[in-house]
Design a protein around this ligand. Structure first.
Ligand code: LLP
Length: 432
């Protein structure tokens, strides 16, 4: 009935997540509150690992894109599940390293990493630094030389694929700030430059074609485009690159009407293409990395809010105002992102009303959803916005100096705080 397997309704008519009553969670921990089902996160990770084993003989690595949701506990879960982590900043790198995450399994992205970030990456022995441009390549070689090390790198390539998704989150096309262009020869030039540098070791190439993608075809096409380049590199330099990173972007269910493919389907189809095409081109079948973010945490999370007031503007609309908003979930304001919303304490009732759910920020665009179906609600009711596990906590801000919510993780019905609620003291801590 709901967008995620971990959500249900109990005998009291309350919404549950991972077996825990969300109304009780709201009471115990306060609102707004991010809640995750740990078992669902692990289930999603294992589905990717299983498909990598089943369809690609385990000749690859699942790398969690931590930008989707990053905190120490999430890094620990990835470590326990024995997968890699993709970080895109010194802060994400620091978080992973702070729990003892093995640096060799860290993949470091970013189109403009600072010198400090690169120094930290080399110092800590990050396994794969995804180099975005020639300036970065030169800086990195120099930093590695000064530390007497060799940095493992991959290049980010723009394969020029239209992935049929929201324009804002389409990153593989030619007009993109990310990576090296293929068709201009820039990518080949970078490969040749790296092969001549003593302190970098080129492990392979990377591409990421976008996010929230439902079709498998663009992933297959991207893999083919990349392998063609591997063949050209072999012909022109004699070098066979051992690894291929195909990025993330697998779509999840935000609305009941959406039906994403099981994650195994991506691996099944993409693996078949990589194996047959590399054979056809006469190159070695590469070790493959995939970088799912949203698909691991998105549907495993929801956000709980308390309704403060309901304002009916006759013939126009009804605003239901909640105690959070664009500060904890900016995705509607940014992308007009879809969400299902349920009144957690009336989850058995029909969603008969059409309402606009508004946040508490001093801004008209601070909306979580417009014209959405909801049970009739009053002040004091608890709302659950579903599938908010990805890019909500990680994109939260302190706009209007509103404190960021706590994050609670539920496991077999038991809840624990994994990120504490921010305090006003913390918000003002750096003010002088
Ligand atoms: N790898 C790379 C290099 C990426 O740039 C991304 C996402 C991922 C992996 C993970 O993609 P995922 O599996 O999560 O779709 N803030 C936007 C999403 C931006 C995604 C950026 N890159 C949103 O809220 O929809």
């Amino acid at each position: 009935m709901y967008v995620s397997d971990c959500i249900s309704v109990n005998d009291c008519g309350h919404l549950t997540v991972g077996g825990a009553d969300t109304v009780k969670l709201a009471k115990s921990f306060g609102t707004p509150l991010y809640v995750f089902d740990e078992n669902e996160i692990r289930k999603n990770i294992r589905a990717f690992i299983r498909s990598m084993n089943e369809f690609y003989n385990g000749n690859g690595m699942v790398v969690y894109a931590s930008k989707a949701f990053c905190c120490k506990e999430m890094c620990r879960i990835c470590m326990q599940e024995n997968i890699g982590i993709d970080v895109v900043s010194g802060g994400e790198l620091y978080t992973a390293l702070s729990v003892g995450f093995p640096a060799e399994k860290i993949v470091f992205h970013g189109n403009n990493k600072t010198r400090e970030e690169l120094v930290a990456a080399v110092e800590n022995g990050v396994g794969r630094i995804i180099v975005d441009n020639l300036t970065e390549l030169e800086t990195l070689n120099e930093i590695a030389a000064s530390q007497g090390k060799t940095a493992g790198i991959m290049f980010r390539i723009k394969p020029g694929i239209d992935a049929h998704t929201h324009d804002f989150i389409k990153t593989g096309q030619i007009d993109s700030k990310f990576g090296f262009a293929l068709e201009t020869g820039e990518a080949m030039e970078a490969v040749k430059a790296a092969l001549g540098m003593p302190n970098v070791k080129l492990r392979g190439l990377h591409c990421h074609i976008g996010s929230q993608i439902f079709d498998i075809d663009p992933f297959e096409l991207a893999a083919k485009v990349m392998l063609e380049l591997y063949k050209d590199i072999k012909e022109q330099t004699g070098v066979e690159l051992p690894e291929l990173n195909l990025g993330g972007g697998f779509g999840i269910k935000y609305l009941e009407s959406e039906n994403p493919k099981p994650y195994g389907e991506y691996m099944k189809n993409v693996s078949a293409v990589v194996k047959s095409f590399s054979h056809e081109l006469g190159i070695k079948t590469p070790f493959v990395l995939i970088e799912p973010g949203r698909s691991i945490v998105g549907a495993a999370g929801l956000t709980l809010y308390t309704v403060g007031n309901v304002k009916n503007i006759p013939d126009i609309r009804t605003y239901v105002s909640i105690d959070g908003g664009m500060g904890d979930n900016p995705r509607y304001a940014l992308y007009k992102a879809d969400y299902e919303i349920v009144c957690a304490n009336k989850a058995n009732e029909e969603r008969t009303e059409t309402v606009t759910v508004a946040g508490k920020c001093c801004e008209s665009g601070d909306l979580i959803q417009e014209n959405t179906k909801l049970q009739p609600v009053n002040a004091g009711d608890i709302l659950a916005v579903l599938s908010t596990g990805a890019y909500n906590y990680s994109m939260a801000s302190n706009y209007n100096r509103i404190a960021r919510p706590a994050v609670v993780m539920v496991r077999d019905g038991e809840a624990r705080v994994v990120v504490k609620r921010e305090t006003y003291e913390q918000i003002t801590a750096n003010d002088v």
